[in-house]
Design a protein around this ligand. Structure first.
Ligand code: ADE
Length: 239
């Protein structure tokens, strides 16, 4: 799976994405993450990429031309590297607080794609015309406003890539964690059996697998009910 990030700050995303589990998956050739500097595509002789909004208002807008030319270069690269028609499929995601809220279900859906292209906005926004021309999905990572789209793009890439086959090892498997079945995960404990006067729940030391499973399920339900009543309501409905 290939991720392309169109940004004015390529260093910010590349350093972060080339470490840890994502970096390991890149080395194995399972995923690739590439940043494309929008500024490299401006036709302005001063390398300008922003301008004042028509009609007035605060701040500057990112202009359409450099973004569109950057997008065309990314699209050509995807097409040139494709071996089958399916390899040419791409979604262009504009990360914006005005988008659909990102969640685990969306992560699963996106993990089935071949190519995801992210547009990271800055300043006060982006000229609407280029959004109409290239964007297939508008996604927000939460109801708050960040200074740019780089962090949201990285959040989405991290959540999506760990669902791609082969990225996590068996021990790190994505099957039983929080949100995978509509419940938060049960509490976990490691050695020692007693720490700071707190003992590991007896059932986990019993070796009785059926009882352990039952206890974990009860804990997951209880935890979801108290910490995320909204998720618990949905869980009851879908049960
Ligand atoms: N850009 C700025 N804030 C954002 C958010 N909450 N989600 C996605 N993109 C953003």
């Amino acid at each position: 799976m290939n991720f392309h990030i169109m940004t004015l700050f390529p260093d910010m995303v590349i350093d972060a994405m080339h470490t840890s589990i994502i970096g390991r998956a890149e080395e194995k050739g399972i995923i690739s993450v590439k940043a494309h500097n929008i500024r490299d595509y401006t036709l302005d002789k001063h390398k300008k990429v922003d301008d004042y909004p028509y009609g007035g208002g605060a701040g500057m807008l990112m202009q359409a031309q450099p973004i569109y030319d950057c997008y065309k270069a990314v699209r050509d690269e995807i097409i040139n590297n494709a071996r089958t028609t399916e390899d040419t499929y791409m979604r262009v995601i504009y990360v914006t607080p005005q988008g659909e809220l990102f969640n685990q279900k969306k992560a699963v859906e996106l993990s089935k794609e071949k190519n995801l292209v992210f547009l990271c906005g800055h300043y006060e926004g982006v000229d609407e015309r280029v959004l109409e021309e290239i964007v297939t999905d508008h996604i927000s990572i939460g109801d708050y406003v960040l200074t740019g789209g780089e962090l949201p793009a990285m959040v989405i890439i991290d959540a999506v890539s760990r669902l791609v086959e082969g990225v996590l090892s068996n021990d790190e498997s994505a099957g039983t964690e929080s949100h995978s079945d509509g419940l938060l995960e049960y509490p976990q404990y490691s050695r020692p059996e007693e720490w700071n006067g707190r003992r590991v729940p007896e059932v986990l030391l019993s070796g009785h697998h059926a009882n352990i499973e039952k206890w974990r399920m009860e804990q997951a339900v209880e935890r979801t009910k108290s910490r995320r009543p909204d998720m618990y309501e949905k869980y009851l409905k879908n049960k």
